[in-house]
Design a protein around this ligand. Structure first.
Ligand SMILES: [Zn+2]
Length: 233
């Protein structure tokens, strides 16, 4: 249906023709589509990320701080090069990561990319099949070149030598090219008891590389086991 305002994408003003808002909206939808954000996160913005719990609690404060850092990554783009959002399930890491992606797409009108790491490994393995028409490079190129990338669920699968090499290649290429990479992981760097930490899942080499290129943001949740928060009575 043609736009009621302009009919053909441009509005004539005394200063000349300017693009109509409908053009921008259509272009934005295309960019969001291109970013491959999963349906369940399509609504996520920084504004609609709401820290949970009582405002004095450690977990509320950590979530509120994460929100401020996310907003700063957007306003100061491209200063920050990497963000490592760490926290247990349900604290909103992917929400914040997608929120950053949405805002940067809106602001720069340039596509970013959402990449689920488990799906990426599976996809690349499928190219090893001789009947596959895709090559590893076809799949990796947009991930290496996207101006802003979300790598979701780091450590979701325990890495092996080849997946660690692949991750290193991605992370190094983006770091060298000064491209923003936002990583989420359910694994922390310390845990009470014998629970696995991030290094157990991705190896020493990747963990230490990330220390150099990504600002760690730990987001606590109500289920945070080693929290010093004492229960409210
Ligand atoms: Zn229009």
């Amino acid at each position: 249906m043609p736009c009621q305002e302009c009919k053909f994408g441009w509005i004539l003003t005394p200063q000349g023709a300017k693009p109509c808002e409908c053009k921008r909206i259509a272009q934005r939808e295309k960019l969001i589509e291109k970013a491959s954000i999963p349906a369940r996160y399509r609504h996520c913005t920084i504004d609609n990320y709401h820290p949970q719990g009582s405002p004095e609690s450690n977990y509320f404060l950590s979530q509120a701080t994460a929100k401020i850092i996310a907003a700063r990554v957007i306003s100061e783009f491209p200063t920050e090069q990497g963000l490592l959002l760490q926290g247990h399930c349900g604290v909103g890491k992917t929400h914040l990561a997608v929120g950053i992606l949405h805002s940067l797409i809106d602001r720069n009108m340039e596509a970013g990319l959402f990449c689920d790491l488990t799906a990426l490994f599976t996809k690349i393995q499928s190219t090893w099949n001789p009947h596959s028409s895709d090559t590893t490079l076809d799949i990796l190129t947009p991930i290496l070149q996207s101006p802003y990338l979300v790598l979701d669920e780091l450590g979701g699968v325990r890495t092996t030598q080849w997946s660690q090499d692949l991750l290193m290649q991605v992370v190094n290429a983006r770091y060298t090219a000064n491209l923003l990479t936002i990583i989420t992981t359910n694994y922390l760097d310390t845990e009470a008891g014998s629970a696995e930490i991030l290094t157990d899942r991705v190896g020493e080499r990747i963990r230490s590389r990330l220390k150099q290129m990504a600002r760690p943001v730990q987001i606590l949740g109500t289920d945070y086991r080693s929290s010093r928060e004492s229960p409210r009575l």
